[in-house]
Design a protein around this ligand. Structure first.
Ligand SMILES: NC(=O)c1ccc[n+]([C@@H]2O[C@H](COP(=O)([O-])OP(=O)(O)OC[C@H]3O[C@@H](n4cnc5c(N)ncnc54)[C@H](OP(=O)(O)O)[C@@H]3O)[C@@H](O)[C@H]2O)c1
Length: 254
């Protein structure tokens, strides 16, 4: 449970090798040496992330198996994480996601389905399980890593963008369903973040870092916010973009 100053004592990151997820765990764990569970698919990557989070000042750090596409196991992963931290989960971060390769995936194969399954179906399943857990505790925050790519979907990356639009809508609804329960949902909408997901791509304007996303997320949790943009200027940029005529919008490059 959060202490009197709002510092968290237990954190679960689903997609525990995500660079943004690790940065959030590092940031949230520091003040109270919180217990952290990093859950994901690749043991070696999780162990490396665990060392990183420990070095940043976390208390106990555990790793666990989680696959976004194995939806039948999600309830169990969250229950086991609660056992690992010895009680309630203060923050559950849904940090997993895949970008796909729009040009390749438009041509066929399973890439588009993998994007939709991971980024949308996986979020629906684990997000509902997280919501049930936090509602039963009567406190806690589930953090959704959405994206400005979902705020207005672009021709250049509409497979990924639509998966983020779907998960963002789901997260808004889940947040509304939690209102009054003591638990809450925070939607984080970053722009371009320099991580392994975007390695080798040309940077978009207002590019930022995992640590900046983590700082903003920690502040938003403490303030009880429901939606943030990182950097915050993107809120206003997309308020304008949302109203551009489609004939212009479809020409926005990738
Ligand atoms: N980077 C950006 O510019 C940006 C911008 C806005 C939003 N976001 C979102 O922020 C989140 C984190 O992204 P990031 O930049 O930190 O990227 P990242 O470092 O590539 O992390 C994504 C993680 O998702 C995990 N993952 C993928 N498929 C999975 C599955 N089926 N089950 C479990 N884990 C799975 C990957 O782990 P393994 O492959 O090792 O299993 C990977 O570590 C994503 O949802 C992303 O869409 C990123």
């Amino acid at each position: 449970m959060k202490d009197a100053l709002g510092s968290v004592q237990s954190i679960l990151v689903l997609g525990g090798s995500s660079e943004i997820g690790i940065a959030i765990a590092r940031k949230l764990a520091q003040p109270r040496r919180a217990t952290v569970v990093l859950a994901g698919r690749v043991e070696a990557a999780l162990q490396k992330a665990a060392d990183d989070v420990r070095a940043a000042g976390a208390g106990d750090v555990h790793v666990a198996r989680f696959d976004a596409s194995d939806t039948t196991g999600h309830e169990d992963v969250i229950a086991k994480a609660a056992e690992m931290v010895g009680g309630d989960l203060d923050v559950i971060v849904l940090a997993f996601g895949v970008l796909g390769d729009q040009q390749v995936d438009e041509e066929g194969g399973n890439g588009a389905v993998e994007v939709a399954t991971t980024n949308y179906v996986g979020v629906v399943s684990s997000g509902l399980a997280a919501g049930r857990r936090l509602r039963s505790q009567g406190h806690g925050t589930v953090v959704f890593l959405s994206s400005v790519a979902g705020e207005r979907v672009r021709r250049a990356n509409f497979i990924y963008g639509s998966s983020k639009a779907g998960m963002d809508g789901f997260a808004q609804g889940l947040g509304d369903s939690l209102a009054g329960s003591g638990a809450s949902a925070l939607i984080v909408r970053p722009g371009f973040v320099r991580t392994k997901m975007t390695a080798g791509m040309s940077e978009a304007p207002f590019a930022t870092t995992p640590d900046a996303v983590a700082e903003a997320t920690a502040r938003a949790i403490a303030a009880g916010k429901e939606v943030i943009w990182v950097p915050s200027v993107l809120r206003f940029v997309f308020a304008v973009f949302r109203h551009l005529p489609r004939v212009l919008w479809r020409k926005v490059p990738g």
